[in-house]
Design a protein around this ligand. Structure first.
Ligand code: IPE
Ligand code: IPE
Ligand code: MG
Length: 243
């Protein structure tokens, strides 16, 4: 395959990794086999993003709503996450990757909370790519939480309501200092956000591919980036106003 030229690298790419269950079903396998195969795509995409110099990669790995799935599937996903953190963090650390996590992490099993904390601490000073894991994440819950934190600051007298601006508000989100995603990729063809980064995606470019997550590897990722660089981001202006 001819190497596509990626000249306009997005700073922040967010991915809704969807379609593991369907990938397995199409092969007559149990859903969990799709999740296992999907881990290989995680490895491939993380490595490709790092090599390209993407600053932030946010992966939607588990939504708050996903807690409602059958208990065995949830346990399997938690097991995979544990395995990933145990096996891969050392290598991510060697590669100067900084690990972060967003979502209601307190709902995760204790051992995973501990592993996550350890991984985040270990990699905190790394200056390469930020690998941001969305776990037990809900965009609406994140926005409601920000409102609650702001209300508490006002009640304490630390803040006046008229001081609440868009810029202040964004710092109360889990993503705090991270730039908004430039590109949001969703695999498996579903045309929805499924409660992902609702505030942050105001002007994010959307790329939806029918490819299922376990089949989404480096070549598919490069295809998404190629498409991204052909987009004109106008942010409400007209073409002629852009330089
Ligand atoms: C995405 O694949 C992984 C998670 C949501 C954890 P799915 O498990 O949603 O796969 P489909 O959408 O059922 O095919
Ligand atoms: C979104 O996928 C969540 C993740 C990929 C982690 P879902 O499969 O849960 O989304 P819906 O239910 O199809 O909207
Ligand atoms: Mg799905």
């Amino acid at each position: 395959m001819a190497e596509p030229k990626i000249v306009k690298i997005p700073q922040h790419v967010a991915i809704i990794m969807d379609g593991n269950g369907r990938w397995a079903k199409a092969r007559g396998l149990p859903r969990i086999m799709g999740h296992r195969e999907g881990m290989k795509s995680v490895r491939a995409v993380v490595e490709c993003a790092r090599k390209l110099g993407i600053k932030v990669l946010t992966l939607y790995a588990f939504s708050k709503e996903n807690w409602q799935r059958p208990r065995e599937e949830v346990s399997f996903l938690m097991g995979l996450l544990e395995e990933y953190l145990r096996r891969e963090v050392e290598e991510l650390h060697q590669k100067n990757i900084q690990i972060r996590a967003i979502g209601e992490l307190e709902l995760l099993p204790r051992n995973i909370q501990a592993l996550l904390k350890e991984s985040i601490k270990k990699t905190a000073a790394n200056t390469g790519m930020i690998l941001n894991l969305a776990l037990s994440y809900s965009g609406r819950a994140e926005i409601a939480r920000a409102a609650r934190l702001l209300a508490e600051a006002c009640l304490r007298g630390d803040l006046k309501p008229e001081e609440i601006t868009e810029d202040l508000f964004r710092h109360y989100l889990y993503t705090n200092d991270l730039p908004d995603p430039d590109l949001l990729i969703r695999t498996s063809g579903e045309m929805r956000l499924s409660n992902f980064l609702l505030y942050q995606c105001a002007y994010t470019e959307l790329y939806i591919t029918p490819t299922l997550w376990p089949d989404f590897r480096e070549d598919e990722f490069l295809k998404a980036l190629e498409e991204y660089q052909r987009r004109e981001r106008r942010f409400g202006k007209i073409s002629e106003q852009l330089n």
